[in-house]
Design a protein around this ligand. Structure first.
Ligand code: PNS
Length: 161
């Protein structure tokens, strides 16, 4: 069975990677789908986010990387995918995730959201925190893969001139 793992991935973190690799043990294929969310202006462009994910999983044939516009349910429906994977960290994630899962189900009743608990060491990792730590000169070595760390370095050099 094919599953989609959607998100902003601005940028991909070790928390996302953990969920993706564990999902690969359950599903025959995992499509990592980057949302082209025009409302949420990110640090990286959607193209750059896709590139970073592709670099990370270049040797894993079970993982496909894609982008989608608009509603997630529209995308999964068009591709005939019935499973959405989402990771859950602390209790604070729950309310938003619960609302999204119910709303997606309302929009298309065939779709199921499968939640995967974050592993203990990734409990506090998020893209937002990674960007904040990096921008303030902190070490992100244990939070993102090396290719992403290098991209962060390049991006902040560009921004800061
Ligand atoms: O990594 P994120 O930011 O938590 O991912 C959220 C994402 C991209 C999965 C969510 O915002 C989404 O599905 N966006 C697409 C638009 C959509 O379908 N919105 C209605 C959700 S109920």
């Amino acid at each position: 069975m094919i599953a989609v793992y959607p998100g902003s991935f601005d940028p991909i973190t070790n928390g996302h990677i953990d969920i993706i690799l564990r999902s690969c043990m359950i599903f025959s294929k995992v499509i990592v789908a980057v949302a082209n969310n025009s409302e949420k202006k990110g640090l990286f462009t959607p193209e750059e986010r896709v590139e970073m994910i592709k670099e990370t999983f270049h040797d894993n044939p079970k993982i496909e990387v894609d982008r989608f516009n608009g509603l997630l349910v529209k995308y999964v429906r068009e591709r005939d995918i019935r499973v959405i994977i989402r990771g859950l960290r602390a209790v604070s994630d729950f309310e938003y995730e619960f609302q999204m899962a119910l709303m997606n189900k309302k929009l298309w009743k065939e779709v199921e959201t499968v939640f995967m608990m974050s592993s203990e060491n990734n409990m506090y990792v998020s893209s937002r925190i990674v960007k904040e730590i990096f921008s303030l000169g902190g070490c992100v070595k244990d939070l993102v893969p090396e290719n992403v760390r290098m991209r962060l370095e390049k991006k902040f050099k560009e921004i800061r001139g």
